[in-house]
Design a binder for this molecule. Structure first.
Ligand code: IPE
Ligand code: IPE
Ligand code: MG
Length: 258
């Protein structure tokens, strides 16, 4: 029932014995707010974009780690609906980085049986990036392992507004009655339709807030925060987060089973 993971990285120095995680109570759906790229770079006297680049490497390792323990769903926050407020140069760099990611990681994803999916208001992205996203999703669509959701131009409030409009439209066209609206219908109107709710939310970078990520889906998520910035977040810490999660007492409003 307990599994000790030995993580093999290409980088010899990174090879480390993992914290033990139980394989019977794994979180079905993990979400990560990958924060702190800019601060990681600043600390090293580097431009912010160096932090974002390094962040891609960190994500690659975490995806591999998630695959190694058979996590079903991993949803990562890459760009929020509020991140457009940043200088155009940074926004453009991030968009280019997403294109690069879609180009560079697909083979590795296929090797690891990862199914890629993007969530967020994708129609506001450039036509070229939207095409690359559709292509990346199509190339991995037949995979049956980890479902990797990347949130780009994602906002939890924006998502809820979209869902409300969707449901309201169905009432207007008399497809449904007002009383047909229930939690399941709202849930299935979100970008994450038919995916399980978040069990574990990890945020790097030291801030303890949700920043408009998966507001509905995190209703009963366990939160795990670390001071580490995203580029220095390792599979070792990922396993530690899961091991901590496994010690939590999740009551969902009920009472403990005595
Ligand atoms: C997270 O790192 C990545 C994105 C939001 C795109 P930040 O860019 O927010 O880095 P900090 O928080 O400023 O250090
Ligand atoms: C959250 O980080 C968004 C992503 C990680 C993509 P931010 O850096 O945008 O969040 P705040 O501004 O610190 O709340
Ligand atoms: Mg930040």
């Amino acid at each position: 029932m307990w599994k000790k993971f030995f993580y093999k990285s290409e980088n010899k120095q990174d090879q480390a014995e993992m914290t033990s995680v139980r394989d019977d109570i794994l979180p079905a759906h993990i979400a990560i707010i990958m924060d702190g790229n800019g601060r990681w770079a600043k600390k090293r006297g580097l431009p912010r974009k160096a932090g974002h680049k390094k962040g891609v490497d960190a994500l690659r390792e975490i995806v591999k780690a998630a695959c190694s323990i058979n996590i079903e769903f991993l949803t990562v926050y890459a760009f929020s609906t509020e991140n457009w407020k940043r200088p155009t140069t940074e926004v453009n760099f991030l968009m280019k980085l997403f294109s690069y990611y879609l180009h560079s990681e697909i083979d590795e994803m296929n090797k690891n049986n990862v199914r890629l999916n993007f969530i967020g208001c994708l129609t506001e992205l450039s036509g070229e990036l939207q095409r690359q996203i559709r292509q990346g999703e199509a190339k991995t669509a037949a995979n049956t392992g980890l479902n990797l959701n990347i949130a780009v131009n994602y906002g939890g409030r924006d998502e809820l507004v979209m869902a409300v409009k969707d449901v309201a439209q169905k009432v207007l066209t008399k497809e449904i009655e007002l009383d047909d609206i229930d939690e399941k219908m709202v849930d299935n109107s979100l970008y994450t339709a038919h995916k399980p709710p978040i069990d574990l939310l990890i945020r790097t970078g030291g801030d303890m807030r949700i920043s408009n990520f998966l507001l509905w889906q995190c209703a009963y998520a366990e939160f795990w925060f670390t001071e580490k910035n995203w580029p220095e977040f390792t599979p070792e810490q990922f396993m530690r987060a899961i091991a901590d999660y496994q010690k939590r007492d999740r009551r969902f409003g009920g009472l403990d089973n005595e």
